[in-house]
Design a protein around this ligand. Structure first.
Ligand SMILES: [Zn+2]
Length: 176
């Protein structure tokens, strides 16, 4: 397994629509293992493949609490097939937008259809944090970021901050 660098705002790849995965094979399982390791190390509760610059419809999540045994799950070609009317608000963050958090309101539960790491079809009814994480990560596969749900004023401010930081890094100063 290997840690993979996570791309951050304003990397334009974050806006790509990821493509469907045709085959679940050992190469894909290796990538899944790398993503799980990268997500745990970060640490984060979810990671979409595009966040490590792979534009394919794959994500991993692990909503186990710190004191619990890790319980990572992979979702290949995930699709939301049903969303609840009821809403749930959660203060979201994103490994690609470090140290920025904002409240986002989403459906409180969703039914998600996907393939697992063996290529078997699965369908789960997710609620609470898992529902939020799955919706956040599936958004990544469509080039959507959680800051797209906040006001334009706030979003522009965040984007500008990251553009400036990227420019500074490009000018030769580095965060150590
Ligand atoms: Zn994210």
């Amino acid at each position: 397994m290997a840690l993979r660098p996570i791309i951050i705002l304003p990397d334009p790849k974050l806006r790509l629509v990821s493509r469907k995965i045709e085959r679940v094979d050992d190469d894909l399982r290796r990538l899944i293992d790398d993503m799980i390791e990268t997500m745990h190390e970060a640490p984060g509760v979810g990671l979409a493949a595009i966040q490590i610059a792979e534009p394919i419809r794959l994500l991993v999540v692990d909503v186990a609490k710190k004191e619990e045994t890790p319980a990572p799950q992979a979702f290949v070609n995930p699709e939301i097939v049903w969303s609840a009317e009821e809403r749930f608000t959660y203060e979201e963050g994103c490994l690609s937008i470090p140290e920025y958090y904002a409240e986002v309101e989403r459906p409180a539960s969703v039914r998600v259809r996907a393939l697992d790491r063996e290529g078997r079809p699965r369908e789960i009814l997710a609620e609470g944090l898992l529902a939020t994480v799955l919706q956040h990560e599936i958004d990544h596969l469509n080039g959507v970021l959680f800051i797209d749900y906040i006001s334009k004023l706030k979003r522009d401010r965040v984007i500008k901050k990251f553009q400036k930081a990227a420019k500074r890094a490009g000018d030769g100063s580095h965060v150590l």
